[in-house]
Design a protein around this ligand. Structure first.
Ligand SMILES: [Zn+2]
Length: 116
């Protein structure tokens, strides 16, 4: 089951048919009725991998950078508050600045799971 924040008020936003739940206190993001990878994959289905960077200052081992295929797809990013890392689970973090989506992860297989 998805672990929602049990302590704080959370914010739920629906994008691309995905209910995205964030807690700004804990820096966590979860997806109703989906696991973390399924939620990220569905929410950002139209995003394209634009590069990989070393995870300097980031929580994971590798950071993948994505951009929306169309400007209108930026609304998917807006489901997550900008300019900080949100933890989807112990292996996956998400950060966005309004134009680029960053996914940080610990394991190479995550790249394949995300279709990158
Ligand atoms: Zn919380």
């Amino acid at each position: 089951m998805v672990q929602m924040c049990p302590t704080h008020d959370t914010t739920t936003v629906i994008r691309n048919g995905v209910a995205v739940v964030t807690c700004e206190h804990c820096g966590m993001v979860a997806f109703r009725n989906r696991d973390s990878f399924g939620g990220v994959a569905a929410l950002f289905a139209d995003y394209r991998l634009v590069g990989r960077v070393e995870a300097i200052g980031a929580p994971g081992g590798e950071v993948m950078a994505f951009r929306p295929a169309r400007p209108s797809d930026r609304s998917a990013m807006d489901a997550i508050p900008p300019h900080r890392w949100f933890r989807a689970d112990e292996h996956l973090w998400v950060c966005q600045d309004g134009s680029v989506l960053l996914l940080a992860h610990r394991f190479p297989q995550v790249s394949r799971m995300l279709g990158a």
